[in-house]
Design a protein around this ligand. Structure first.
Ligand SMILES: Nc1ncnc2c1ncn2[C@@H]1O[C@H](COP(=O)(O)OP(=O)(O)OP(=O)(O)O)[C@@H](O)[C@H]1O
Length: 376
């Protein structure tokens, strides 16, 4: 069973509370991301699951087992780190076979152990058993490195080294795969292709995976569910679309995707819509809230930009006026910075060839549908 349950974990390092009463319920086969800014406690959470740190209080379950008294090497967790932590003097095959050899060593008689020691020291006195050979080659095929089996890991590219690290973790058939910022050392292009590789291997094997990242795009594109952490606490857990469409706090709205966050006050209601007012704007929202002072969240792609003299039906959508500060052509979209009252709104509009781009200094009309105005 590869489910992971974290129940009221607190972890203190002296005066620093790295984790404060964390609860997580990760299902078997799930790809779960821990997302948050530097220092929020992602790695500490991971290290507590792996058994490299002991929580100050609380319990962790892997499957049905409470793991407090189970050492790291018996928790059946595979680990992949940002620094690949490979043995540079060993070839790809031996790096991947290493843990299998260690496991065999621990369960063998003294005579056999000599041969295994030789294998671990990379001296070919003992022959690698067929079962280990097959297993290693199968996993190397899986990560498309079988042709590199005899190559030293120091002679591989970053992406290839990370695939060796992944193969080394997977060859042990762990119940849970723990990955801590595994793509951070790769360049942008490779990072994108490794996201797909990792996700498709995870789907294929159905292995429960916990993935630490500070990169929201990485988490959004790979994970089934994401826990967003801040200052040692979990702020929100949800699917990527949940977090994007219904952020529970301005921090999440800002951290997951791009947001315009405006301060406003609920000043009334009309036909089931709340009216919120702020510096230089008045908006209607179909959201409900019991609060008077609210944060208003508007995603850049939910705003339309129209010429200032265009006729817009304000009974179906919000209309506000602004001035273009900057337009940036990004291929399929144009991103505008638009001054509205004291705020500079970011607006993304889809661009088709030949379309008009509003120039800097131009007055424009912005429209936002009532249901696109989120109140938190
Ligand atoms: N061994 C330690 N001793 C003292 N403080 C620690 C220790 N390990 C972590 N911390 C502190 O605990 C907090 C959480 O650290 P952690 O490494 O879990 O954050 P993180 O979210 O993984 O950050 P990053 O993305 O920068 O790796 C930080 O304030 C950190 O300084």
């Amino acid at each position: 069973m590869g489910s992971v349950k974290i129940s009221n974990i607190t972890k203190k390092f002296g005066d620093v509370t790295a984790l404060h009463d964390i609860n997580l319920d990760i299902k078997e086969g799930e790809f779960f991301a821990l997302l948050g800014p530097s220092g929020c406690g992602k790695t500490t959470t991971m290290r507590c699951i792996a058994g490299f740190e002991s929580p100050t209080s609380g319990k962790i379950y892997i499957g049905d087992n409470e793991v407090e008294n189970i050492p790291a090497n018996k928790r059946n967790c595979g680990m992949v780190f940002q620094s690949y932590a490979l043995f540079p003097h060993m070839n790809v095959f031996d790096n991947v076979a290493y843990s299998l050899n260690i496991k065999e060593l621990n369960s063998s008689n003294p005579v056999k152990q000599l041969g295994i020691y030789a294998r671990l020291l990379n001296k070919r006195l003992g022959k690698t058993p067929k079962a280990i050979q097959e297993k290693v080659m199968k996993i190397l095929q899986y990560v498309e490195l079988d042709k590199y089996a005899n190559r030293l890991t120091s002679e591989l590219s970053g992406g290839q080294q990370q695939r060796v690290a992944l193969a080394r973790a997977l060859v042990m058939e762990p119940a849970v795969l723990l990955m801590d910022e595994p793509l951070s050392n790769l360049d942008q292009k490779l990072r994108h292709s490794m996201r797909n590789t990792i996700r498709s291997i995870q789907q294929d094997l159905g292995i429960t995976t916990i993935f630490v990242t500070h990169d929201q795009e990485e988490a959004m594109s790979m994970a089934d569910r994401i826990a967003v952490m801040d200052k040692g606490e979990i702020v929100q857990i949800g699917t990527p679309t949940d977090l994007y469409s219904n952020p529970s706090t301005p921090f999440i709205a800002d951290f997951v995707g791009t947001s315009n966050i405006l301060k406003g006050e609920v000043v009334g209601d009309e036909n089931g819509l709340l009216i919120v007012s702020g510096d230089g704007f008045k908006l209607k929202s179909s959201n409900s809230t019991a609060k008077k002072d609210v944060d208003i969240i508007i995603r850049p792609e939910h705003v339309m930009v129209e010429p200032v003299d265009s006729i817009v039906d304000s009974s179906t959508t919000n209309v506000i006026e602004g001035t273009v500060l900057m337009s940036t052509y990004l291929g399929s979209i144009v991103r505008y910075d638009i001054q509205v009252g004291e705020y500079q709104l970011i607006v993304d509009t889809t661009y088709s060839t030949g379309a008009n781009i509003f120039e800097e200094g131009k007055k424009v009309k912005l429209t936002v549908e009532f249901e696109r105005v989120l109140l938190i």
